[in-house]
Design a protein. Structure first.
Lengths: 123, 108
């Protein structure tokens, strides 16, 4: 069974930092592109960041560029998001979402998501 | 950036009735369009990808149509478990991947 389990969220002061983790199981993590998506209170889903299966290609939303860093450890089947210089508008539930499979299985983008981890930025 | 616009923002429907949700892209996304269902405290659930292909395990009452810039998600007969927020998402031209603002389907 495919599982994605996020952790690392919490209450943090403006300007603070957190490291989010996503533990993957039940599939060949190293062949899948991965993403972080967030949902702020009262708002819709917002794509945050992408990382290729090897980690060689990375993209960010403009709203987080320069403050967030995505990474992965294929040996540990884990995805990470280092979030720095946090702002109130970063308050959201952060989800990891599975992207495309480079091995060609044809599984669609977004077929599995984690339950999310809540990040609250407040003084 | 491709902007995705969903309408209506809220849809009030009685159980058993048909629900039709719309999604418009600011430029063509071909058929690279997905629909998700999202309930509070749960992971978003992929319903439709490729504009019209049901994801694994999705009931046949959910159907998607459209291509280019205009898309529709139809729920033929709403069940109690279908009341949720629905999002469309384009993956044709990215980054950034973009979602619509969502349509909340509520009980009438």
């Amino acid at each position: 069974e495919v599982q994605l389990v996020e952790s690392g969220g919490g209450l943090v002061l403006p300007g603070g930092s957190l490291r989010l983790s996503c533990a993957a199981s039940g599939f060949t993590f190293s062949t899948y592109e991965m993403n972080w998506v967030r949902r702020a209170p009262g708002k819709g889903l917002e794509w945050v960041s992408y990382i290729s299966s090897s980690g060689s290609t990375i993209y960010y939303a403009d709203s987080v560029k320069g403050r967030f860093t995505i990474s992965r450890d294929n040996a540990k089947n884990s995805l990470y998001l280092q979030i720095n210089s946090l702002r109130a508008e970063d308050t959201a539930v952060y989800y990891c979402a599975r992207g495309f499979d480079i091995s060609g299985s044809g599984s669609p983008w977004g077929d599995y998501w984690g339950q999310g981890t809540l990040v609250t930025v407040s003084s | 950036e491709i902007v995705m616009t969903q309408s209506p923002a809220t849809l009030s429907v009685s159980p058993g009735e048909r629900a039709t949700l719309s999604c418009r892209a600011s430029q063509s996304v071909s058929s690279n369009l997905a629909w998700y269902q999202h309930k509070p405290g749960q992971a978003p659930r992929l319903l439709i990808y490729g504009a019209s292909t049901r994801a694994t395990g999705i009931p046949a009452r959910f159907s998607g149509s459209g291509s280019g810039t205009e898309f529709t998600l139809t729920v033929s007969s709403l069940q109690s478990e279908d009341f949720a927020v629905y999002y469309c998402q384009q993956y044709n031209n990215w980054p950034p991947l973009t979602f619509g603002g969502g349509t909340k389907v509520e009980i009438k």
